[in-house]
Design a binder for this molecule. Structure first.
Ligand code: ADP
Ligand code: MG
Length: 300
């Protein structure tokens, strides 16, 4: 049941909206707030709770990870708010890809905790495997190299994961996939094979495929690094569009112009740790850490 108070009503007059058993919108007006007020207070409270729960959609605490005794993540702490676009930058080998892989449950870690949308993954926690699997379902990952299935059409690439994982019927999955292809501007390419598409189009198809799982967050690992420079912007524009729709995204990229234009927050990673984070203004104009300054110098 929907409940709302119209701002157009005169003071002291309240309106309740609800759906009857035929799903028809019903409006009821009241002069005395009475029960309506308390219902409103309740729904406002719920909204508050909801938004504060979503405040930090992602919380990473003390994440550590070694490969054969070589420490790659050295106590990562990161918070990401819902609907934010976070750009993660840092020199090659500092652990960006490993962090993204941990965030979507692809990579095991040694210490620390990852919470995404209320789902917490901790080393040695009960049901670790199931939780990592659930995490993978709620976190999309877009790779540098697209990784589309070569034997499936673009449409089926997008339709396939929800069919397999969420048991959607082929018809529903394809209808939904068409919507996501439309969103990334590829509706007319739906029946083509991935190899018939340009790199930029393939990457946009990969983003549509990630969207098809309706993830809570999409992670991108250098999504434009394999593209001809002329094709970079069409992919960045899709990410900007998703940002304006309120989709939470974390992007590892060296596209500093994009970071400056689009990011709500930039996190600078160095040697397995996030050493500095802030708005583009702060990071680009007034970074606090000398390693951030040194890293950014090469992009000036
Ligand atoms: N599967 C692996 N096995 C061993 N070492 C790895 C593996 N994956 C990454 N590494 C090492 O971890 C470090 C961080 O790698 P990576 O996360 O790919 O960094 P970035 O994405 O920032 O370039 C590098 O030294 C890399 O060689
Ligand atoms: Mg990498």
């Amino acid at each position: 049941m929907a409940l709302a108070v119209s701002k157009m009503l005169p003071p002291g007059r309240f309106q309740k909206e609800s759906f009857d058993h035929n799903q028809q919108l019903q409006r009821h007006q009241y002069t005395k707030p009475g029960i309506i007020n308390s219902e409103l207070a309740y729904s406002a409270l719920n909204y508050e709770n909801c938004s504060s729960m979503e405040q930090h959609l992602i919380e990473v605490e003390g994440l550590k990870k070694s490969f054969q005794g070589n420490r790659v993540l050295n106590g990562i702490n990161l918070r990401v708010d819902a609907r934010q676009l976070t750009v993660l930058i840092g020199p090659s080998g500092c652990g960006k890809s490993t962090l993204l892989r941990c965030l979507n449950g692809l990579e095991d870690f040694d210490e620390g905790r990852i919470t995404i949308g209320g789902l917490t993954l901790e080393k040695n926690c009960r049901e670790y495997k199931q939780t990592a699997h659930k995490l993978r379902m709620t976190v999309g990952l877009v790779f540098q190299s697209f990784n589309l299935f070569p034997h499936l059409s673009v449409l089926d690439n997008v339709a396939y994961p929800p069919m397999i994982v969420k048991k959607l019927s082929k018809m529903d999955a394809r209808a939904q996939a068409m919507g996501f292809l439309e969103k990334v501007g590829l509706r007319e390419k739906a029946e083509m094979a991935p190899e018939q598409l340009s790199g930029g189009q393939q990457q946009r198809a990969a983003i549509a495929r990630a969207l098809a799982m309706k993830p809570k967050v999409i992670l991108y690992d250098e999504p434009t690094s394999a593209l001809d420079p002329a094709l970079v912007d069409e992919v960045l524009d899709v990410m900007k569009g998703l940002h304006s729709e309120g989709i939470t995204q974390i992007v590892v990229t060296h596209e500093m112009r994009f970071a400056r234009d689009a990011a709500d927050k930039i996190a600078f990673m160095y040697d397995g740790a996030i050493v500095e984070e802030g708005t583009a203004d702060v990071i680009f104009s007034n970074p606090a850490d000398s390693r951030t300054r040194q890293f950014l110098r090469r992009f000036l």
